[in-house]
Write a protein that binds this ligand. Structure first.
Ligand code: GDP
Ligand code: IMO
Ligand code: MG
Length: 431
C-alpha cells in the first residue's frame, strides 16, 4: 500500500433533512485533518460549534476554522454571497479568531450569490403562496440556476471589477425584465451592482485562489482532507423530497465534483443522523409528531433554525429513510446525535416502515412504528458506552439493527467533548 492509500479523506453528510449536527462533528474530526472543505450549498447552511462553552454559528466558512493548523476551503461547488462571507470573517475576528488568507481559501470557480438572487428567491416564494418551498430566502436556488444556465458569476470575477461588470450584463438584464415585467418590482443597474461588490471584492481578493490546485498539492503531500456537507440527504435535488429540496446535490458523491478531488480519494463517509428527526421548511415529514409532543421536543432539543431562527418540525426517528440515506451516500461510519434530548420520554417510537403500497409515491404513506421504553437519566456527562443506561443502549442498538450500521460516534450534548467515540476514526480525535 502506498502512503497515498493510507490517507483518510473523510466526507461528513447529513442523513435526514439537515441540522443533524454536521458542524459539531466536522469541528471534532478537524482535529485530525489538515484541510476542511465545503463542497456544496451556501449560506442556507447554519452549522453550530460549541467550544469551551462558546457558541459559533458558521454559514459559509468550514467548521474546521476553530481548530489550529487547519486550512479551510470553500470549494468550487459552493455558492457564495460575498456580503455574508465578509460578515462571517468580521464576526470571527470580533471573537479573537482572525482568519487570514493563509487559513481560508475561496475557490475562484465558486459561483456568487448576488442581491438579485436573494430578491428573486423572496419574490418566487411569495408568489408560490401556500405551496412555497419554505426556502431560507438566501438566494441559493437562483444562484445555482444561473450557474447551470451558464450565465453565473464566479468569485474570480471579483478580482477584476471591469470583468465583473461585463459578466453581470446577461443575468442582470434578464433579472431586471423579470423584476419589472413579472413582479412589478424595481430594477437594479449595473453601476449599483458593481458598487455593491466593490468593498467585498477588495476584502476577499487575497482569499480567492485555485482551490483545486491547493487540494491536489495537499493530496500529493499526503495531508488528510475533510469534506463538510451542508443540508441533508432528503434535501438533495435528485434524491430528496422533490420539489421540497435545496438546489444542490447534498449526497457524499458530490464531494468529488464540488472540490475537484477524484471519487476514489473519498475514503470514509460519515453519515450523521439525529436520534429523532427534524425538518424546517415545507414538504413531507412522515414521522412528524402531533402539535403538543412536537412543542415539547422542540423545546428540549432547542430546535430552531441556525440560519433563519424558524421553529423546526420534530418527529420520531425514521429508520427506513436513514437506511436509504446510508445507501445513497455510501456511509461507512454512522454518527447519532442529540441522544440526550430523548431522556425523560416514557416511550420512544421508531418509524420502521411506511404503509404505502409498492410503487406509490415515496414518503407519502403513514409510518408504522415500533415502541421502545425510554430512560430518565441525564446522559450529557456520559463518555463511554458502558455508562449509558441500558434502555438507552437498547434504543441505539435497535437503530443500528434497522439502519444496518454500527454507531461509531454518539453525541450527548452540543459541546465538542460531549461525545462517546466507539470507532477508531473518532477515538483518535480525543486527545
Ligand atoms: P448542522 O446544520 O448539521 O451543523 O446542525 P445545526 O448546528 O444547524 O443544528 C444542530 C444543533 O444541535 C446545534 O444547536 C448544536 O449545537 C446542537 N447539537 C449538536 N449535537 C448535539 C447533541 O448531541 N445534543 C444536543 N443537545 N445538542 C446538540
Ligand atoms: P444545514 O447545512 C435545514 C431547507 C430550507 C427549505 C429547503 C430549500 O444547516 O443542515 P434553500 O434556501 O436551500 O433553497 O431552501 O431546504 N434548508 C435547510 N434545512 N438545514 C439546512 O442546512 C438547510 N438548508 C436549506 O429550509 O426547506
Ligand atoms: Mg444547520
Amino acid at each position: 500500500m502506498s502512503s497515498q492509500d493510507a490517507v483518510q479523506n473523510t466526507v461528513v453528510v447529513g442523513l435526514q433533512w439537515g441540522d443533524e449536527g454536521k458542524g459539531k462533528v466536522v469541528d471534532l474530526l478537524a482535529a485530525n485533518a489538515r484541510h476542511v472543505v465545503r463542497f456544496q450549498g451556501g449560506n442556507n447552511a447554519g452549522h453550530t460549534l460549541v467550544v469551551d462553552g462558546e457558541t459559533v454559528i458558521l454559514h459559509l466558512i468550514p467548521s474546521g476554522i476553530l481548530q489550529p493548523n487547519t486550512t479551510c476551503i470553500i470549494g468550487n461547488g459552493v455558492v457564495v454571497d460575498p456580503e455574508v462571507l465578509v460578515a462571517e470573517l468580521d464576526q470571527l475576528a470580533k471573537r479573537g479568531r482572525e482568519v487570514g488568507p493563509d487559513s481560508l481559501i475561496l475557490s475562484a470557480d465558486a459561483h456568487l450569490v448576488l442581491p438579485i438572487h436573494r430578491t428573486l428567491d423572496g419574490l418566487r416564494e411569495q408568489a408560490l403562496g401556500g405551496s412555497k418551498i419554505g426556502t431560507t430566502k438566501k438566494g441559493i436556488g437562483p444562484a445555482y440556476e444561473d450557474k447551470v444556465a451558464r450565465r453565473g458569476i464566479r468569485a474570480g470575477a471579483l478580482l477584476d471589477l471591469a470583468r465583473f461588470r461585463r459578466h453581470i450584463q446577461g443575468t442582470l438584464s434578464e433579472k431586471n425584465r423579470i423584476f419589472a415585467d413579472w413582479y412589478g418590482e424595481s430594477t437594479i443597474s449595473d453601476d449599483e451592482l458593481v458598487e455593491w461588490a466593490r468593498p467585498f471584492a477588495e476584502r476577499l481578493a487575497p482569499y480567492i485562489k485555485d482551490s483545486v490546485a491547493h487540494l491536489h498539492a495537499a493530496q500529493d503531500r499526503g495531508d488528510p482532507i475533510l469534506f463538510e456537507g451542508a443540508q441533508g440527504t432528503f434535501l438533495d435535488v435528485d434524491h430528496g423530497t422533490y420539489p421540497f429540496v435545496t438546489s444542490s446535490n447534498t449526497v457524499a458523491g458530490n464531494a468529488a465534483a464540488g472540490t475537484g478531488v477524484g471519487p476514489k480519494d473519498l475514503h470514509a463517509v460519515v453519515g450523521i443522523a439525529k436520534a429523532y428527526a427534524t425538518r424546517v421548511g415545507s414538504g413531507p415529514f412522515p414521522t412528524r409528531l402531533d402539535e403538543h409532543e412536537e412543542e415539547e421536543m422542540r423545546t428540549k432539543g432547542g430546535e430552531f433554525g441556525a440560519t433563519t431562527g424558524r421553529p423546526r418540525s420534530c418527529g420520531w426517528f425514521d429508520a427506513p429513510m436513514v437506511r436509504h440515506a446510508a445507501r445513497l451516500n455510501g456511509v461507512t461510519h454512522l454518527t447519532l446525535t442529540k441522544l440526550d434530548v430523548l431522556s425523560g420520554i416514557k416511550t420512544l417510537r421508531i418509524g420502521i416502515g411506511h404503509d404505502t403500497p409498492e410503487g406509490d409515491e415515496r414518503f407519502s404513506g403513514s409510518p408504522v412504528y415500533e415502541d421502545i421504553p425510554g430512560w430518565d437519566e441525564d446522559i450529557t456527562a456520559c463518555r463511554t458506552w458502558e455508562s449509558l443506561p441500558p434502555a438507552c443502549q437498547a434504543y441505539v442498538e435497535r437503530i443500528e439493527a434497522l439502519v444496518g450500521i454500527r454507531a461509531g460516534l454518539i453525541s450527548v450534548g452540543p459541546g465538542r467533548r460531549q461525545v462517546i467515540p466507539r470507532d477508531p476514526l473518532f477515538r483518535s480525535t480525543q486527545h
